[in-house]
Design a protein around this ligand. Sequence first.
Ligand code: DGT
Ligand code: CA
Ligand code: ZN
Length: 604
Amino acid sequence: MRPAEGSAEPLGVGEVHSARGDVAAGPSSNAEVARHFQMLADYLSLEGASVYRTLAYQRAADTFRDHSTSVARLATEGRLRDLPAVGDAIEAKVLELVDTGTMRALEELRARFPETLLELMRLPGVGPKTARRLYETIGVTDLGTLRLAIDTGDLLKVPGMGEKSRGRLRQAVEALPTRPERSLLGVVEPQAVALLHALRALPGVTAADVAGSLRRRRSTSRDVDLVAASTDPEQTLEGFAVMPEVAGVAERGGTKLVVGLHSGLNLDLRVVAPASYGDLLQHSTGSAAHNVALRALAQKRGFKISEYTVEETTTGRAHRFAEEDGVYSLLGLAWIPPELREDRGEIQAAAGGSLPRLLELDDLRGDLHVHSDWSDGRAGMREMAIAARDLGLEYICFSDHSQSLGMGVGLTPDQVRSQIAAIRELDATLDGITLLTGTEVDILADGRIDLPDDLLVELDFVTASIHSGFSQSSEQIMRRLNAALENPHVDAIGHPTGRLLTRRAPYEVDIEALVRGAARTRTILEINAAYHRLDLSAPHARMAKDAGALLTVSSDAHDPLGFTLLRYGVGEARRGWLEASDVLNTRPLAEVRAWLETSRSSGS
Ligand code: DGT
Ligand code: CA
Ligand code: ZN
């Protein structure tokens, strides 16, 4: 598929996680305004206000959090009501907040209930009513006092609380997720790319790039790192500091700027003269582990690396590089793709001329995991097919869910049969792309596959996934995965570990057993490209490759924009050292069919 041009467009993925930043977000940054409205909404639900009132503030909070320019400024200019979910009352409250630093409505509620109760409301099984009852009957105000009440049994004095709810609450408190400190690649990247374009347009700038974890395509980032070469670094830094996305400046030096963005993310910008831009880009890309290893090697070869120069230790002679590869070649190394820079063997490979030729987005010819409105997708099959074709894909497989997924979205066997007919009919009307029949069938809690074998054989490509029973023991999970591996009609395992980045840990997969089993049974392991999954992860993908298993990079698209997620999957695959030959959907369709044919007839 063709790489998307300029990738700052919003992506069509379920929830968007905004990062929480703590540096430099001034009192009227969007993150702060959103936080106040969120608090007001939470307090109102605690007070027992109507859902409509609560929701109005909730929606305003969401709108402010996601807005890229200053909400406070819009309010003072009288333009805030142009935003969705904002009326007179809310605009007045924003102005009050900007003027006074708080809102009277919020202060009144604060005087009635401790703020820590709002955290309690987020516990599964608590909610506003219970939180209020806990407070008013036994004086629970926060997690600490709740824990105490659970342990001492005081909790049982609260009307409606029995041993059962006590056990459930104890579990909820223990499982409390720590607040995500890292933000998802798919959330960070569009913002970084937009700012990068703006940076490149500033006077004096001759080059600029994304650096840090984002350039290495890590699935999450702590902050955004940008670097630039400029004929006038100070002027460039000044120009950047007043960009509309910037909420506040935390730190400013001669080559460096640290700011908080309205989105809540923090951003580091370093700017140097063009002559040593390569040194800076190399340094700022990291990882820290890679840099440490590189510096150790440099020392052995008589050099000392800094972010500005490479110095000869004996003579003190300084080498500056405008391009990054100069640093590597001075040390006798081939240029190393950023995705590999984690000190996991890449320096040795670069020295020995054995770096992999990493997978590229352009190598992908097809997408074997696509949803439509037959199950939980948000677009019809025709619309999905045309979007895929527009991006240059040659084939896609519709993999809608099977009946046990729940909520009535999965397909019964009869519905799968109808969909097969519909896919064939649609395929006959479309040129330039081939539509394959498939399913994302549930691997049930007892290891059964949620569709009968005689139906599975009808399908071109069968992906089997776990969507339930996440808390099972490793033995139970592996029994289920093994059943899927051994089933001759299952071609691939979807999102094999079930992780949801920053939200849910993987279920208990024995990865070594899984990759060995996949290789032995010729079952493909998916790299699911949705940016909240990226599952298999890079280290696991590398293990799969080394075990001899074949992989796919699949979008799991639920709407037409979803195909653009493939680039995140490619990043994860590259971090896993994968080459095009390791990924089935880089192959022409005829070769894919031949491979599947052989696998299915080999029995497992
Ligand atoms: P992050 O922010 O946690 O997602 O990960 P990075 O890799 O972006 O880390 P960050 O932002 O702290 O630093 C950016 C780059 O700066 C990092 O990848 C390499 C370089 N760097 C940071 N700290 C050190 C260090 O202690 N030693 C060396 N050699 N380089 C460092
Ligand atoms: Ca960083
Ligand atoms: Zn799934």
